[in-house]
Write a protein that binds this ligand. Structure first.
Ligand code: NAD
Ligand code: ZN
Length: 247
């Protein structure tokens, strides 16, 4: 990153009427939560496509729950990093209107972001596969696989798996924000999971500005107006600092 690029990004943010953000696993990497893709990817032995699917859960719910139990433990232990905190700050300052995240952790919420649209659910929640029962974990489940206290069926993580549709309400809100946005900050996502990965393309097609922060190039990089290469936990606070100078 150069100081010049940070200045340009600050200008875009100051000029924007409706700035939104799209985040992915990369923003939580510096909090110790592994990403799916890229180095230090989750569970190198398994591909997420082999565990995060309804088919995998049907075949081997214990194996899938073991993976989730491990990830729930990581999320509960993790703390928001300066990247999450800077995005919350950007909203408090009035520049960021909403944050759409593919993350299933709660680090944006804990950092103080208020308008968070969770496209892929919440890893700290589980729901019954049979009835309406839903629960929230304050510690990793002891018994694997956890069962529904109402109907004794299996509980499943309240997240969106590959081959599953997104929660309707979150999707509707994300789309309406996407249509309103004249600028988008895309942070720490490989951009390959659809439909989330299409959001920056829609903003761009409608004349908006796309800014990307990532330690390496992604599927979104070819259409960006500015690419800031580096860790989100460094670059986002640098943008806030620059905004404070001008503001
Ligand atoms: P991904 O794993 O496909 O991609 C992560 C991206 O982050 C990569 O492009 C990588 O280069 C970048 N990155 C890594 N460290 C970074 C850093 N310090 N700063 C900036 N960028 C960094 O993740 P994705 O695009 O979010 O998509 C995969 C799916 O993974 C989503 O559906 C999501 O639900 C799930 N997931 C979520 C979490 C979480 O909630 N924390 C963790 C892993 C996976
Ligand atoms: Zn039940």
């Amino acid at each position: 990153m150069s100081a010049e690029e940070i200045r340009k990004v600050a200008e875009i943010i100051l000029d924007a009427n409706f700035l939104i953000a799209l985040t992915g696993a990369g923003i939580s990497a510096e909090s110790g939560i592994p990403t799916f893709r890229g180095k230090n990817g989750l569970w190198n032995k398994y591909r997420p496509e082999e565990l995060a699917t309804p088919q995998a859960f049907k075949r081997d719910p214990i194996k899938v729950w073991e993976w989730y139990r491990w990830r729930i433990g990581l999320v509960l232990k993790a703390k928001p990093n300066p990247g999450h905190i800077a995005l919350a700050e950007l909203e408090k300052l009035g520049f960021l209107k909403a944050l759409i995240t593919q993350n299933v952790d709660d680090l944006h919420e804990r950092a103080g972001s208020r308008r968070v649209i969770k496209l892929h659910g919440n890893i700290l929640e589980a729901r019954c596969i049979n009835c309406e029962y839903k629960t929230k974990f304050s510690e990793p489940p002891r018994e694997i696989p956890p069962k529904c206290p109402v109907c004794s069926s299996l509980l499943r993580p309240n997240v969106v798996w590959f081959n599953e549709p997104l929660p309707e309400e979150a999707l509707r809100e994300a789309l309406s924000l996407t249509y309103r946005a004249d600028a988008i900050l895309v942070v720490g996502t490989s951009g390959v999971v659809m439909p989330a990965g299409a959001i920056p393309f829609t903003v761009k097609e409608r004349g908006g500005v796309v800014i990307e922060i990532n330690i390496s190039e992604s599927a979104i990089t070819p259409i960006v107006d500015i690419f800031l290469r580096g860790p989100a936990g460094k670059l986002l606070p640098a943008i806030i600092e620059e905004l404070r100078k001008k503001y």
